[in-house]
Design a protein around this ligand. Structure first.
Ligand code: FAD
Length: 391
């Protein structure tokens, strides 16, 4: 019997496995795909996420970004950078493979190519049923992403509500020089062209990730929006992105900041499975890593104390709340304001450079959304004056 079975070998699962192994637990990771496996994602890893894992191998870094270029609905745009690195651009197949290898090096057994089908609860253990085997453990950590089997089979959540987004994304090979011409060397690009969501172009070494994401309730004709977006970006940049697309990926993304159930007896949910994603930007890797770490530590305490009850595991909820989930609620307040008053928000970002810089610092992790919102409240007379004067 294992101390803990972790279902899913993405960032949340691998960091939980690494940490739990280092905490002295016997750990089995069950991953349905085979590493290196792809995951529909922009692959942007913010500095605050890098800090959680103590940096990453140089070879995994495809580009570094120090700021962002923001596009208005009519494609007018403005850019800002800060002196420090905001994020690195990675390929998820390489990043996730590397994180899984770190978990293995720490002592976890990583069994990939084995999908979990069910989880059965007994008085003294949990039985995890895969396509090939049945395994027993004291605890289960559900790190199996937005379509979590563990959330469903444990009864924690049977379905998502409207608090989830839908994305379409393509990886387009352009060659290094064209990527630099297309996006530049220091920026990510955000296009606020639609309602309650945005489009992006993220530069990788020799390709770009181009995509669009919207809240599910506004995602009617997402395919049409994506085609129009790619065509417009191609025309704007005078680069044939449209003609070079060989495949389009679609994937769901939860929006964080909502109160949700994330645990039950012997079960903790982490990362996307728990809905831990920035509701404005869609950043999820940082929250996957943070929740994975906390889940591992709480599991170690649980195994030591021998109490696997939902009541004892409330500790996980409280630690997530303290370390990042309260802040995701501030992020949701910010997202609601920014999307409900999109044009005003974009104009403010354009006219008030300091506001833009502070937001980049928030994304980087130098300040929290809670601190940023407070800063904005204090700053608002200045921003308002800049909007009126038009500078
Ligand atoms: C289009 C798009 C772009 C994004 N861009 C960014 C970005 O640039 N930066 C950022 O920070 N975030 C981004 N995100 C969010 C980010 O991808 C997720 O938040 C992050 O991957 C969550 O990590 P995770 O480990 O919780 O889940 P995942 O990365 O989804 O990993 C879950 C793992 O579980 C496995 N699994 C699923 N079901 C089972 C099962 N039954 N049995 C066994 N294994 C199973 C899957 O194969 C997968 O490997 C983006 C999301 C989307 C959709």
């Amino acid at each position: 019997m294992y101390d803990v079975i972790i279902v899913g070998g993405g960032p949340a699962g691998s960091i939980a496995a690494e940490r739990a192994s280092r905490d002295g637990l016997s750990v089995l990771v069950l991953e349905k795909a085979t590493h290196p496996r792809s995951k529909t994602c922009g692959g942007g890893v913010t500095q605050k996420a890098l800090d959680v894992i103590g940096g990453i191998d140089k070879e995994l870094i495809e580009r570094e970004t120090f700021g962002a270029r923001i596009f208005l609905p009519d494609y007018r745009n403005f850019a800002g950078t800060i002196g420090d690195r905001v994020a690195v651009m990675t390929r998820r197949e390489s990043l996730d493979h590397w994180l899984a290898s770190r978990a293995e090096d720490a002592g976890a057994v990583v069994q990939d190519g084995e999908a979990v089908k069910d989880v059965l609860f007994n008085k003294d253990y949990v039985e995890v049923v895969t396509s090939e085997n049945q395994y027993r453990s004291r605890m289960v950590i559900g790190s199996d992403g937005v379509n979590s089997t563990i959330a469903r089979r444990s009864g924690i959540r049977t379905r998502w509500g409207d608090d989830i987004g839908m994305c379409l994304e393509a990886e387009v090979e352009l060659g290094e020089a064209v990527v630099e011409e297309c996006v530049g060397d220091r920026f990510t690009e955000f296009y606020f062209i639609g309602d309650r969501g945005y489009g992006w172009v993220f530069p990788k070494r020799d390709h770009i990730s181009i995509g669009i994401g919207k809240l599910i309730t506004r995602a009617h004709d997402l395919k049409g929006s994506f085609s129009r977006f790619v065509r417009d970006v191609s025309l704007q940049k005078n680069i044939d992105i449209e003609g070079k697309i060989s495949g389009i990926n679609s994937y769901r993304i939860p929006a964080g900041g909502f109160d949700r159930r994330i645990h039950s007896d012997r079960v903790l949910l982490t990362g996307d499975a728990a809905g831990f994603v920035d509701p404005f930007l869609g950043e999820g890797i940082y929250y996957a890593l943070k929740s994975g770490e906390i889940a591992a530590d709480v599991t170690a305490d649980t195994v030591e104390g021998g109490d696997f009850s939902e009541r004892f595991l409330q500790e996980y909820v409280m630690r997530c709340e303290k370390e990042f989930n309260y802040d995701l609620k501030s992020a949701l307040k910010f997202a609601n304001f920014a999307y409900d008053h999109r044009n005003l928000f974009l104009k403010a970002l354009w006219k008030d450079k300091r506001l833009f810089m502070e937001y980049l610092r928030t994304v980087r992790g130098d300040m929290t959304y809670t601190e940023f919102n407070r800063w904005c409240t204090r700053r608002s007379p200045v921003t308002l004056a800049k909007l009126i004067v038009g500078r």
